[in-house]
Design a protein around this ligand. Structure first.
Ligand SMILES: Nc1ncnc2c1ncn2[C@@H]1O[C@H](COP(=O)(O)OP(=O)(O)OP(=O)(O)O)[C@@H](O)[C@H]1O
Length: 231
């Protein structure tokens, strides 16, 4: 079953400080993702992979075309969704694991990881237990679980972010370089988490600059073509 699909998706940036020059980035993107599969976005640097991810998450409005997403047994046209619907989609259906943790001051790591699960209605104790399990799998020492992650290393913060991203088990997940700052042992855990999410029926779209990781998790590659070269 296709759970995420774009039709003729287009996006350009207008640089208002430079005489309103318009830079086209995405043109006529036709992507479809099924439940249980992982698609890796490829294409040269600057082709528009991150831009496509941000469009899929609704951070950038699409200028042309549409994005259809399966949310609670209905198909939603995301480009027409109001802010309340977008919040609901992000809470229940669409997860995004960015490369960097947005640190929330004074909130303990375990609570940061459990928060998306609690938001989806999981009882607090069960959510905290799941958070602990994920943090341990990602080799974050127990002594750190009660501390806010502001002072953690880059790799530790990324693991907190990954634990948070995988905690809620969203049916559709967007992964932006999920192993970028990780050592081999932790990258291996992330590969397992991705495989488990697929087995549970989640659809994943990711950018993986680490090719051995990409080859182990991706079912298909989707090439984002640079427009100027394609034209
Ligand atoms: N907010 C923005 N304003 C203006 N131009 C932008 C903006 N974001 C991205 N771009 C431009 O859009 C193009 C695509 O950028 P994007 O980051 O999506 O590429 P990418 O394929 O993810 O690259 P990389 O592999 O290097 O991360 C680039 O030419 C970039 O300069």
């Amino acid at each position: 079953m296709i759970v995420l699909r774009t039709n003729g998706l287009g996006k350009s940036f207008t640089l208002h400080l430079q005489g309103s020059v318009t830079i086209p980035v995405l043109e006529n993107v036709e992507l479809s993702v099924r439940a249980g599969e992982c698609i890796a976005l490829t294409g040269p640097s600057g082709a528009g992979k991150s831009t496509l991810m941000r469009c899929l998450y609704g951070n950038y409005g699409a200028e042309a075309g549409s994005i259809h997403l399966r949310h609670r047994d209905a198909e939603i046209e995301m480009t027409a969704a109001d802010p309340r619907m977008m919040r609901e989609i992000r809470r229940d259906t669409l997860g995004y694991v960015s490369q960097f943790l947005r640190v929330i001051p004074r909130v303990a790591t375990r609570d940061i990881v459990a928060e998306p699960l609690i938001a989806r209605g999981t009882p607090r104790d069960a959510a905290l237990a799941r958070a602990t399990e994920l943090l341990r799998r990602l080799n974050l020492p127990d002594a750190l679980h009660d501390l806010p992650p502001a002072t953690f290393s880059g790799g530790e913060q990324q693991r907190v972010n990954l634990a948070r991203g995988f905690a809620a088990g969203h049916p559709i997940m967007l992964l932006d370089e999920p192993t970028a700052s990780l050592d081999a042992a932790n990258a291996e855990v992330v590969i397992q988490l991705i495989q488990e999410a697929k087995a549970a029926g989640s659809a994943l779209v990711g950018i993986f600059h680490d090719l051995p990781v990409r080859d182990r998790v991706a079912d298909r590659l989707f090439t984002v073509e640079p427009i100027r070269k394609a034209a």
